[in-house]
Design a protein around this ligand. Structure first.
Ligand code: HEC
Ligand code: HEC
Length: 370
Protein backbone atom coordinates (compact mmCIF):
# COMPACT_ATOMS: atom_id res chain seq x y z
CA UNK A 1 0.00 0.00 0.00
CA UNK A 2 1.17 3.52 -0.72
CA UNK A 3 1.63 5.96 2.15
CA UNK A 4 -1.37 8.16 1.83
CA UNK A 5 -1.38 11.73 3.17
CA UNK A 6 -3.62 11.50 6.22
CA UNK A 7 -4.49 14.40 8.53
CA UNK A 8 -2.44 12.80 11.33
CA UNK A 9 0.55 12.51 9.09
CA UNK A 10 0.31 16.15 7.98
CA UNK A 11 0.04 17.36 11.59
CA UNK A 12 2.98 15.17 12.62
CA UNK A 13 5.06 16.53 9.75
CA UNK A 14 4.25 20.12 10.78
CA UNK A 15 5.19 19.44 14.41
CA UNK A 16 8.40 17.75 13.30
CA UNK A 17 9.28 20.74 11.14
CA UNK A 18 8.64 23.14 14.05
CA UNK A 19 10.78 21.01 16.40
CA UNK A 20 13.64 20.81 13.91
CA UNK A 21 13.59 24.57 13.27
CA UNK A 22 13.37 25.33 17.01
CA UNK A 23 16.31 23.04 17.69
CA UNK A 24 18.34 24.68 14.96
CA UNK A 25 17.61 28.13 16.42
CA UNK A 26 18.43 26.95 19.95
CA UNK A 27 21.73 25.38 18.92
CA UNK A 28 22.64 28.40 16.81
CA UNK A 29 21.93 30.99 19.51
CA UNK A 30 23.74 28.87 22.12
CA UNK A 31 26.86 28.71 20.01
CA UNK A 32 26.69 32.46 19.49
CA UNK A 33 26.15 33.17 23.17
CA UNK A 34 28.93 30.83 24.32
CA UNK A 35 31.25 32.73 22.00
CA UNK A 36 30.30 35.98 23.76
CA UNK A 37 30.90 34.35 27.09
CA UNK A 38 34.55 33.38 26.66
CA UNK A 39 36.30 34.27 29.89
CA UNK A 40 33.11 35.11 31.77
CA UNK A 41 32.65 31.72 33.54
CA UNK A 42 33.51 33.23 36.92
CA UNK A 43 30.30 35.28 37.03
CA UNK A 44 28.09 33.18 34.86
CA UNK A 45 28.93 29.55 35.71
CA UNK A 46 25.64 27.73 36.40
CA UNK A 47 26.79 26.38 39.78
CA UNK A 48 27.34 29.89 41.10
CA UNK A 49 23.66 30.75 41.18
CA UNK A 50 21.69 30.58 44.45
CA UNK A 51 20.26 27.12 45.10
CA UNK A 52 17.60 25.83 47.47
CA UNK A 53 18.65 24.77 50.93
CA UNK A 54 19.39 21.09 51.66
CA UNK A 55 16.24 20.90 53.73
CA UNK A 56 14.09 21.97 50.86
CA UNK A 57 15.98 19.90 48.29
CA UNK A 58 15.69 16.69 50.29
CA UNK A 59 12.17 17.39 51.54
CA UNK A 60 9.26 18.84 49.65
CA UNK A 61 11.13 19.15 46.37
CA UNK A 62 12.29 15.56 46.41
CA UNK A 63 8.75 14.47 47.17
CA UNK A 64 7.42 16.45 44.25
CA UNK A 65 9.94 14.86 41.89
CA UNK A 66 9.12 11.42 43.24
CA UNK A 67 5.39 12.00 42.90
CA UNK A 68 5.95 13.12 39.32
CA UNK A 69 7.92 9.93 38.65
CA UNK A 70 5.15 7.75 40.09
CA UNK A 71 2.57 9.59 37.99
CA UNK A 72 4.58 8.99 34.81
CA UNK A 73 5.01 5.34 35.75
CA UNK A 74 1.26 5.03 36.26
CA UNK A 75 0.59 6.54 32.88
CA UNK A 76 2.92 4.07 31.21
CA UNK A 77 1.50 1.17 33.23
CA UNK A 78 -2.12 2.06 32.39
CA UNK A 79 -2.03 3.64 28.98
CA UNK A 80 0.15 1.03 27.29
CA UNK A 81 -2.15 -1.90 28.14
CA UNK A 82 -5.19 0.16 27.18
CA UNK A 83 -3.57 1.02 23.89
CA UNK A 84 -2.65 -2.62 23.41
CA UNK A 85 -6.21 -3.71 24.20
CA UNK A 86 -7.65 -1.34 21.65
CA UNK A 87 -5.05 -2.15 19.00
CA UNK A 88 -6.75 -5.38 17.85
CA UNK A 89 -10.08 -3.64 17.37
CA UNK A 90 -8.38 -0.74 15.64
CA UNK A 91 -6.70 -3.13 13.20
CA UNK A 92 -9.95 -5.04 12.62
CA UNK A 93 -11.63 -1.76 11.90
CA UNK A 94 -8.86 -0.82 9.49
CA UNK A 95 -9.19 -4.17 7.74
CA UNK A 96 -12.96 -3.85 7.53
CA UNK A 97 -12.61 -0.35 6.19
CA UNK A 98 -10.14 -1.65 3.65
CA UNK A 99 -12.40 -4.49 2.45
CA UNK A 100 -15.38 -2.15 2.35
CA UNK A 101 -13.44 0.20 0.08
CA UNK A 102 -12.33 -2.78 -2.02
CA UNK A 103 -15.93 -4.04 -2.24
CA UNK A 104 -17.09 -0.63 -3.43
CA UNK A 105 -14.39 -0.56 -6.09
CA UNK A 106 -15.42 -4.11 -7.06
CA UNK A 107 -19.05 -3.11 -7.32
CA UNK A 108 -18.16 -0.32 -9.72
CA UNK A 109 -16.08 -2.73 -11.80
CA UNK A 110 -18.87 -5.31 -11.82
CA UNK A 111 -21.22 -2.67 -13.17
CA UNK A 112 -18.77 -1.72 -15.87
CA UNK A 113 -18.14 -5.37 -16.84
CA UNK A 114 -21.85 -6.16 -16.71
CA UNK A 115 -21.61 -9.18 -14.42
CA UNK A 116 -25.24 -8.57 -13.48
CA UNK A 117 -26.41 -8.61 -17.09
CA UNK A 118 -25.72 -12.35 -17.08
CA UNK A 119 -25.94 -13.19 -13.38
CA UNK A 120 -29.03 -11.15 -12.55
CA UNK A 121 -29.50 -7.71 -11.07
CA UNK A 122 -29.71 -9.28 -7.60
CA UNK A 123 -26.84 -11.70 -8.49
CA UNK A 124 -29.40 -14.46 -8.03
CA UNK A 125 -28.70 -16.11 -11.38
CA UNK A 126 -31.03 -17.32 -14.15
CA UNK A 127 -30.47 -14.27 -16.27
CA UNK A 128 -29.43 -15.27 -19.71
CA UNK A 129 -26.19 -14.94 -21.57
CA UNK A 130 -26.71 -14.90 -25.34
CA UNK A 131 -24.67 -17.59 -27.11
CA UNK A 132 -24.21 -18.99 -30.57
CA UNK A 133 -24.07 -22.77 -30.48
CA UNK A 134 -23.32 -25.49 -32.93
CA UNK A 135 -25.80 -28.22 -32.06
CA UNK A 136 -25.15 -30.45 -35.03
CA UNK A 137 -24.63 -33.23 -32.52
CA UNK A 138 -28.20 -32.84 -31.24
CA UNK A 139 -29.16 -34.67 -34.41
CA UNK A 140 -26.93 -37.64 -35.02
CA UNK A 141 -27.19 -37.16 -38.80
CA UNK A 142 -26.04 -33.55 -38.99
CA UNK A 143 -22.52 -32.37 -38.78
CA UNK A 144 -23.18 -28.74 -38.11
CA UNK A 145 -26.28 -26.84 -37.08
CA UNK A 146 -25.83 -23.32 -35.81
CA UNK A 147 -28.37 -21.70 -33.50
CA UNK A 148 -28.62 -18.63 -31.32
CA UNK A 149 -29.85 -19.14 -27.82
CA UNK A 150 -29.49 -17.96 -24.28
CA UNK A 151 -27.61 -19.64 -21.50
CA UNK A 152 -28.63 -19.52 -17.85
CA UNK A 153 -25.92 -18.10 -15.60
CA UNK A 154 -25.70 -19.38 -12.01
CA UNK A 155 -26.40 -17.31 -8.91
CA UNK A 156 -23.27 -15.66 -7.53
CA UNK A 157 -24.68 -14.21 -4.30
CA UNK A 158 -24.18 -17.72 -2.85
CA UNK A 159 -20.96 -18.76 -4.58
CA UNK A 160 -19.01 -19.10 -1.30
CA UNK A 161 -21.47 -21.74 -0.07
CA UNK A 162 -20.00 -24.10 -2.70
CA UNK A 163 -16.52 -22.76 -3.58
CA UNK A 164 -13.85 -21.81 -1.04
CA UNK A 165 -16.17 -23.17 1.62
CA UNK A 166 -13.36 -23.19 4.19
CA UNK A 167 -12.36 -19.55 3.63
CA UNK A 168 -13.00 -17.35 6.63
CA UNK A 169 -11.64 -14.16 5.20
CA UNK A 170 -10.97 -12.59 1.85
CA UNK A 171 -7.30 -13.52 1.75
CA UNK A 172 -8.22 -17.22 1.88
CA UNK A 173 -10.29 -17.12 -1.31
CA UNK A 174 -8.63 -19.21 -4.01
CA UNK A 175 -11.15 -21.13 -6.15
CA UNK A 176 -13.33 -18.15 -7.00
CA UNK A 177 -10.17 -16.21 -7.88
CA UNK A 178 -9.23 -18.93 -10.36
CA UNK A 179 -12.74 -18.98 -11.83
CA UNK A 180 -12.56 -15.22 -12.37
CA UNK A 181 -9.01 -15.32 -13.69
CA UNK A 182 -9.56 -18.12 -16.19
CA UNK A 183 -13.28 -17.85 -16.94
CA UNK A 184 -15.64 -20.76 -17.12
CA UNK A 185 -17.43 -22.16 -20.15
CA UNK A 186 -19.62 -19.42 -21.54
CA UNK A 187 -18.12 -16.87 -19.17
CA UNK A 188 -14.96 -15.24 -20.48
CA UNK A 189 -11.73 -14.97 -18.49
CA UNK A 190 -11.55 -11.74 -16.49
CA UNK A 191 -8.03 -11.85 -15.04
CA UNK A 192 -4.71 -11.21 -16.75
CA UNK A 193 -3.51 -14.81 -16.16
CA UNK A 194 -6.37 -16.06 -18.35
CA UNK A 195 -5.97 -13.30 -20.93
CA UNK A 196 -8.68 -11.08 -19.44
CA UNK A 197 -8.61 -7.31 -18.86
CA UNK A 198 -8.36 -7.15 -15.02
CA UNK A 199 -5.21 -6.76 -12.92
CA UNK A 200 -4.88 -8.97 -9.87
CA UNK A 201 -5.87 -6.03 -7.66
CA UNK A 202 -9.04 -5.49 -9.66
CA UNK A 203 -9.86 -9.19 -9.37
CA UNK A 204 -9.36 -8.81 -5.59
CA UNK A 205 -11.86 -5.96 -5.63
CA UNK A 206 -14.43 -8.09 -7.46
CA UNK A 207 -13.90 -10.84 -4.89
CA UNK A 208 -14.41 -8.34 -2.05
CA UNK A 209 -17.68 -7.29 -3.70
CA UNK A 210 -18.82 -10.93 -4.09
CA UNK A 211 -17.84 -11.54 -0.46
CA UNK A 212 -19.85 -8.58 0.80
CA UNK A 213 -22.95 -9.56 -1.19
CA UNK A 214 -23.17 -13.16 0.05
CA UNK A 215 -26.48 -14.34 1.44
CA UNK A 216 -26.44 -16.16 4.79
CA UNK A 217 -25.93 -19.91 4.38
CA UNK A 218 -29.26 -20.70 6.08
CA UNK A 219 -31.08 -18.57 3.54
CA UNK A 220 -29.36 -20.31 0.61
CA UNK A 221 -30.19 -23.72 2.11
CA UNK A 222 -33.82 -22.71 2.67
CA UNK A 223 -34.14 -21.49 -0.94
CA UNK A 224 -32.71 -24.78 -2.18
CA UNK A 225 -35.20 -26.72 -0.05
CA UNK A 226 -38.14 -24.66 -1.32
CA UNK A 227 -37.01 -25.11 -4.91
CA UNK A 228 -36.73 -28.87 -4.43
CA UNK A 229 -40.23 -29.08 -2.96
CA UNK A 230 -41.73 -27.02 -5.78
CA UNK A 231 -40.02 -29.13 -8.44
CA UNK A 232 -41.04 -32.39 -6.79
CA UNK A 233 -44.65 -31.24 -6.56
CA UNK A 234 -44.61 -30.22 -10.23
CA UNK A 235 -42.93 -33.45 -11.40
CA UNK A 236 -44.33 -36.33 -9.36
CA UNK A 237 -42.74 -38.89 -11.69
CA UNK A 238 -39.20 -37.74 -10.90
CA UNK A 239 -37.28 -39.08 -7.92
CA UNK A 240 -35.89 -36.73 -5.28
CA UNK A 241 -32.40 -37.56 -6.56
CA UNK A 242 -33.26 -36.60 -10.13
CA UNK A 243 -34.91 -33.33 -9.08
CA UNK A 244 -31.89 -32.37 -6.95
CA UNK A 245 -29.52 -33.38 -9.74
CA UNK A 246 -31.36 -31.12 -12.19
CA UNK A 247 -31.33 -28.17 -9.80
CA UNK A 248 -27.72 -28.40 -8.65
CA UNK A 249 -25.65 -30.63 -10.91
CA UNK A 250 -27.04 -30.82 -14.45
CA UNK A 251 -25.70 -27.41 -15.43
CA UNK A 252 -22.17 -28.81 -15.33
CA UNK A 253 -22.73 -32.53 -15.89
CA UNK A 254 -25.42 -32.61 -18.62
CA UNK A 255 -24.66 -31.32 -22.11
CA UNK A 256 -26.38 -28.06 -23.07
CA UNK A 257 -28.51 -28.07 -19.91
CA UNK A 258 -28.14 -24.29 -19.24
CA UNK A 259 -29.26 -23.51 -22.81
CA UNK A 260 -32.27 -25.84 -22.99
CA UNK A 261 -35.47 -24.46 -24.50
CA UNK A 262 -36.40 -22.54 -27.61
CA UNK A 263 -33.58 -21.20 -29.74
CA UNK A 264 -33.58 -19.22 -32.97
CA UNK A 265 -31.83 -20.01 -36.20
CA UNK A 266 -29.49 -17.35 -37.57
CA UNK A 267 -30.77 -15.09 -40.34
CA UNK A 268 -34.36 -15.32 -39.16
CA UNK A 269 -34.74 -18.99 -40.04
CA UNK A 270 -37.32 -19.75 -37.36
CA UNK A 271 -36.98 -21.46 -34.02
CA UNK A 272 -35.81 -24.85 -32.84
CA UNK A 273 -35.97 -26.58 -29.47
CA UNK A 274 -32.57 -27.00 -27.86
CA UNK A 275 -32.66 -30.38 -26.16
CA UNK A 276 -30.15 -31.23 -23.44
CA UNK A 277 -28.04 -34.35 -23.93
CA UNK A 278 -28.62 -37.54 -21.92
CA UNK A 279 -28.63 -36.83 -18.17
CA UNK A 280 -25.17 -36.81 -16.63
CA UNK A 281 -23.32 -37.53 -19.86
CA UNK A 282 -20.86 -34.77 -19.13
CA UNK A 283 -20.27 -31.17 -19.98
CA UNK A 284 -17.86 -29.04 -18.00
CA UNK A 285 -17.78 -31.85 -15.41
CA UNK A 286 -17.18 -35.49 -16.42
CA UNK A 287 -19.83 -38.08 -17.27
CA UNK A 288 -21.46 -39.67 -14.24
CA UNK A 289 -23.02 -43.12 -14.53
CA UNK A 290 -23.26 -46.57 -12.99
CA UNK A 291 -19.99 -47.82 -14.47
CA UNK A 292 -17.84 -44.74 -13.92
CA UNK A 293 -19.01 -44.14 -10.37
CA UNK A 294 -18.84 -47.72 -9.16
CA UNK A 295 -15.30 -47.78 -10.41
CA UNK A 296 -14.29 -44.41 -8.94
CA UNK A 297 -16.20 -44.79 -5.64
CA UNK A 298 -16.75 -48.52 -4.91
CA UNK A 299 -18.23 -47.40 -1.60
CA UNK A 300 -21.10 -44.93 -2.12
CA UNK A 301 -20.13 -43.22 1.16
CA UNK A 302 -16.94 -41.98 -0.50
CA UNK A 303 -18.98 -40.50 -3.34
CA UNK A 304 -21.24 -38.77 -0.80
CA UNK A 305 -18.37 -37.20 1.08
CA UNK A 306 -16.71 -36.12 -2.19
CA UNK A 307 -19.92 -34.32 -3.25
CA UNK A 308 -20.23 -32.71 0.18
CA UNK A 309 -16.68 -31.34 0.07
CA UNK A 310 -16.09 -30.85 -3.66
CA UNK A 311 -12.77 -31.14 -5.40
CA UNK A 312 -9.69 -29.17 -4.40
CA UNK A 313 -7.12 -28.10 -6.92
CA UNK A 314 -4.48 -30.81 -7.47
CA UNK A 315 -5.82 -32.98 -4.66
CA UNK A 316 -6.49 -36.62 -5.56
CA UNK A 317 -9.90 -38.24 -5.00
CA UNK A 318 -11.56 -41.59 -5.61
CA UNK A 319 -10.26 -45.11 -6.10
CA UNK A 320 -7.73 -44.34 -8.79
CA UNK A 321 -6.64 -41.01 -7.36
CA UNK A 322 -8.02 -38.68 -9.99
CA UNK A 323 -6.55 -35.21 -9.60
CA UNK A 324 -9.19 -32.63 -8.71
CA UNK A 325 -9.49 -29.22 -10.18
CA UNK A 326 -11.24 -26.14 -8.82
CA UNK A 327 -14.27 -27.19 -10.86
CA UNK A 328 -16.43 -29.39 -8.68
CA UNK A 329 -18.18 -27.37 -5.94
CA UNK A 330 -18.93 -28.72 -2.45
CA UNK A 331 -22.60 -29.09 -1.51
CA UNK A 332 -22.33 -30.02 2.16
CA UNK A 333 -23.31 -26.54 3.30
CA UNK A 334 -26.68 -26.40 1.54
CA UNK A 335 -27.76 -30.02 1.00
CA UNK A 336 -28.32 -32.59 3.76
CA UNK A 337 -26.50 -35.90 3.78
CA UNK A 338 -29.75 -37.66 2.85
CA UNK A 339 -30.22 -35.37 -0.12
CA UNK A 340 -26.67 -35.99 -1.31
CA UNK A 341 -27.29 -39.73 -0.88
CA UNK A 342 -30.43 -39.44 -3.05
CA UNK A 343 -28.44 -37.67 -5.78
CA UNK A 344 -25.64 -40.23 -5.55
CA UNK A 345 -28.10 -43.08 -5.98
CA UNK A 346 -29.67 -41.35 -8.97
CA UNK A 347 -26.25 -40.81 -10.56
CA UNK A 348 -25.33 -44.44 -9.95
CA UNK A 349 -28.49 -45.47 -11.82
CA UNK A 350 -27.56 -43.64 -15.04
CA UNK A 351 -26.82 -45.88 -18.01
CA UNK A 352 -23.45 -45.39 -19.75
CA UNK A 353 -24.73 -47.01 -22.96
CA UNK A 354 -27.55 -44.53 -23.26
CA UNK A 355 -25.13 -41.69 -22.48
CA UNK A 356 -22.85 -42.70 -25.34
CA UNK A 357 -25.53 -42.78 -28.06
CA UNK A 358 -24.70 -39.28 -29.21
CA UNK A 359 -21.36 -37.66 -28.84
CA UNK A 360 -21.64 -34.13 -27.53
CA UNK A 361 -19.18 -31.40 -28.10
CA UNK A 362 -20.12 -27.91 -27.08
CA UNK A 363 -18.98 -25.18 -29.37
CA UNK A 364 -20.04 -21.73 -28.40
CA UNK A 365 -19.32 -18.44 -29.97
CA UNK A 366 -19.71 -15.01 -28.46
CA UNK A 367 -23.32 -14.00 -28.01
CA UNK A 368 -24.87 -10.89 -29.39
CA UNK A 369 -27.76 -9.46 -31.29
CA UNK A 370 -26.24 -9.62 -34.74
C1 HEC B 1 -21.65 -13.36 -20.78
C2 HEC B 1 -22.35 -13.61 -19.53
C3 HEC B 1 -21.54 -13.51 -18.25
C4 HEC B 1 -20.91 -12.42 -17.74
C5 HEC B 1 -20.81 -11.02 -18.33
C6 HEC B 1 -20.35 -12.83 -16.47
N1 HEC B 1 -20.61 -14.15 -16.24
FE1 HEC B 1 -20.01 -15.24 -14.64
N2 HEC B 1 -20.76 -16.93 -15.50
C7 HEC B 1 -21.52 -16.96 -16.65
C8 HEC B 1 -21.94 -18.34 -16.90
C9 HEC B 1 -22.81 -18.81 -18.07
C10 HEC B 1 -21.36 -19.13 -15.88
C11 HEC B 1 -21.45 -20.65 -15.70
C12 HEC B 1 -20.51 -21.30 -16.65
C13 HEC B 1 -21.20 -22.14 -17.68
O1 HEC B 1 -22.37 -22.47 -17.52
O2 HEC B 1 -20.55 -22.43 -18.69
C14 HEC B 1 -20.65 -18.20 -15.01
C15 HEC B 1 -19.96 -18.59 -13.84
C16 HEC B 1 -19.49 -17.69 -12.89
C17 HEC B 1 -18.96 -18.06 -11.60
C18 HEC B 1 -18.85 -19.48 -11.05
C19 HEC B 1 -20.11 -19.79 -10.32
C20 HEC B 1 -20.49 -21.26 -10.33
O3 HEC B 1 -21.08 -21.72 -9.36
O4 HEC B 1 -20.22 -21.94 -11.34
C21 HEC B 1 -18.60 -16.90 -10.95
C22 HEC B 1 -18.02 -16.77 -9.56
C23 HEC B 1 -18.90 -15.80 -11.84
N3 HEC B 1 -19.44 -16.32 -13.01
C24 HEC B 1 -18.69 -14.46 -11.56
C25 HEC B 1 -18.81 -13.44 -12.49
C26 HEC B 1 -18.38 -12.08 -12.28
C27 HEC B 1 -17.78 -11.55 -10.99
C28 HEC B 1 -18.63 -11.39 -13.42
C29 HEC B 1 -18.28 -9.95 -13.75
C30 HEC B 1 -16.88 -9.61 -13.67
C31 HEC B 1 -19.24 -12.32 -14.36
N4 HEC B 1 -19.34 -13.54 -13.76
C32 HEC B 1 -19.65 -11.99 -15.63
C33 HEC B 1 -21.85 -15.89 -17.44
C34 HEC B 1 -21.35 -14.61 -17.30
C1 HEC C 1 -19.69 -25.77 -11.45
C2 HEC C 1 -19.75 -27.03 -12.17
C3 HEC C 1 -20.17 -28.28 -11.40
C4 HEC C 1 -21.32 -28.47 -10.68
C5 HEC C 1 -22.45 -27.50 -10.44
C6 HEC C 1 -21.27 -29.84 -10.21
N1 HEC C 1 -20.11 -30.44 -10.61
FE1 HEC C 1 -19.54 -32.35 -10.20
N2 HEC C 1 -17.75 -32.02 -11.12
C7 HEC C 1 -17.40 -30.85 -11.79
C8 HEC C 1 -16.04 -31.00 -12.28
C9 HEC C 1 -15.29 -29.95 -13.07
C10 HEC C 1 -15.59 -32.27 -11.87
C11 HEC C 1 -14.20 -32.89 -12.07
C12 HEC C 1 -13.36 -32.59 -10.86
C13 HEC C 1 -12.79 -31.19 -10.92
O1 HEC C 1 -12.22 -30.86 -11.96
O2 HEC C 1 -12.93 -30.44 -9.95
C14 HEC C 1 -16.70 -32.89 -11.17
C15 HEC C 1 -16.66 -34.18 -10.63
C16 HEC C 1 -17.73 -34.82 -10.05
C17 HEC C 1 -17.73 -36.19 -9.58
C18 HEC C 1 -16.55 -37.15 -9.71
C19 HEC C 1 -16.67 -37.86 -11.04
C20 HEC C 1 -15.41 -38.11 -11.76
O3 HEC C 1 -15.46 -38.95 -12.70
O4 HEC C 1 -14.37 -37.51 -11.45
C21 HEC C 1 -18.96 -36.45 -9.05
C22 HEC C 1 -19.45 -37.72 -8.44
C23 HEC C 1 -19.73 -35.21 -9.17
N3 HEC C 1 -18.95 -34.26 -9.80
C24 HEC C 1 -21.02 -35.07 -8.73
C25 HEC C 1 -21.71 -33.86 -8.76
C26 HEC C 1 -22.99 -33.68 -8.11
C27 HEC C 1 -23.78 -34.76 -7.38
C28 HEC C 1 -23.34 -32.38 -8.28
C29 HEC C 1 -24.57 -31.67 -7.81
C30 HEC C 1 -24.93 -31.82 -6.40
C31 HEC C 1 -22.27 -31.76 -9.06
N4 HEC C 1 -21.32 -32.69 -9.30
C32 HEC C 1 -22.26 -30.43 -9.45
C33 HEC C 1 -18.18 -29.74 -11.96
C34 HEC C 1 -19.41 -29.51 -11.36
Amino acid sequence: MMYAATTERSIAMAILAIVVVAWAIYVFTNIRRSKDEVGSEVELAANRGSLDSDEKLEGSRLERVQAFGVLMLLIIALVLPIYWLREGGRRDGAERGFSERAARAGEALAEELECVVCHGADMGGANYAPVVLDIGNQFSDQESYIIKTSWRAPAINNVFTRFDTGAEKLSEVDEVRKILNYGRGVMPAWGLPGGGPLTSQEVDHIIAWLWREQLPVEEVAATARAEKEAQMAANPSKSEGQVLFEIHCARCHTPRWPGRGPATLPNGGGTVELIPGPAGSGRYGPALNKTSLERLFPDIEDQISFIALGAADDVAYGEFARLGNYGMPGFGKILTEDEIRAISMYERSLDPVEQSTVEFAELYGPGGDS
